[in-house]
Ligand binder design. Sequence first.
Ligand SMILES: C[N+](C)(C)CCCC[C@H](N)C(=O)O
Ligand SMILES: O=C(O)CCC(=O)C(=O)O
Length: 456
Amino acid sequence: MASRRTAAIARSLSTGLAGRRVFCNHQARNPWREAIRAISTSPAPNPGASDASAGGSGSRKRTFNVTKADAQPTISKHHKITFDDKRVSVPWEEGKTSTFQHIWLRDHCQCATCMHPQTKQRQLDTFSIPLNIRPSLVEPRDDGLYIEWWGDHQSQYTWEWLHRHSYAPRLEKYISVQRKLWGQEVANDLPTVKYDDVMASDAGVAEWTSKIETYGFCFVDGVPVTPEATEEVVQRIAHIRHTHYGGFWDFTADLKMKDMAYTNLALPAHTDTTYFTEPCGLQMFHLLEFEGTGGESLLVDGFRAARMLRDEKPESFRTLSTVRIPTHASGNEEVSIEPYTPFPVFNHHPVTGELVQVRWNNEDRATMDRWADLEDVEKFYQAIYDWNEVLKRSDGEFRQQLEPGKALIFDNWRVLHGRGAFTGHRRMCGAYIARDDFHSRLRLTNYGREEILMGL
Ligand SMILES: C[N+](C)(C)CCCC[C@H](N)C(=O)O
Ligand SMILES: O=C(O)CCC(=O)C(=O)O
């Protein structure tokens, strides 16, 4: 774990070359090796099943890999809690012993004077704690560990909190997101929720956000065919993320904004806003009006496609995990947006190595004029040709003509979207939601605030 973490930290540090527009494939230590096993694909519940009633807000328990499947935060009946001049040792019934340094425990005191009871922020002045602080009393009690500190402060830590935050050793590890990767067959059982459920309760939002996390997209059935109702339903997840396109958009092929989305041209599978340091997290589309031909929508599961590229063309997967691609949005005269640094197509979690984000928009790719060496140019083009070939496979494409009343929302960090060329009048509305705002709502509605606060 330490070497992997070191490699990941080394890689994440080396990607932070601020100021220089570097996109050459710096020789980080095998980031793609960590990604090899990290595109999590786990069985997920049946997408069609509506569990708004059963789901309920806060009903899902977060799953953790504890040392034993049934490990409970129960202290050992046979071994005593001890402490020396540096640390407290807590032996658990599961056979592990956690060590907590005194300074760490004091700094993490959960009492109402150290942790603001409403804002959940630390109000203790950490730097007022003597670095050599130690307890005058350590006492196990039914509801947790009670400590009296020199300088007469008292702290109490529940057993569940100590077990959850044990760091030496880590007792509870988070299991990867249980995603279901899909191809064309997803059309047979589309992840869908009911507008009324979403508007009526947080349980409905829990079901909706859970399906977006699992499948990378979800339809909302029964949305009134107005921009107002569409704006209202997307805000059931979070506030809208504003960009130079505005907040909530209602657009047609009038080139009102100088972007090809505002034309009737075909758009190949892409992710949006690759020119922002943080691409938008979710994107909603609701077709309001259409009299014409063509214009069908396309979705491709970028995580499934990435796994296929990794398995079939590992060198191309590695290239697209390391070569940084400059991007821009400069069609509108008052705007020219670039990220603070270019990013690769495949972006991995700096610690777990898991694939967390696909950034791919060939239309918004800027000039690539900085290469570590010449053959990287051919390697890059080979890699994007291989990637494009995978994206274009019909068994990975979900194509559907959107219809009024059925809004589509998708994870722009995972799912690529596109559309066919069209003729006639076509009016579409929708909005972006930032990734962290989506994750906040997903976790709170599915696990409940108490569970989330316990883990912070
Ligand atoms: C705002 N609205 C969704 C209508 C258009 C956005 C244009 C997105 C741009 N082509 C990109 O790929 O980021
Ligand atoms: O008009 C559509 O269906 C999609 C437009 C699009 O791809 C975008 O706005 O990024």
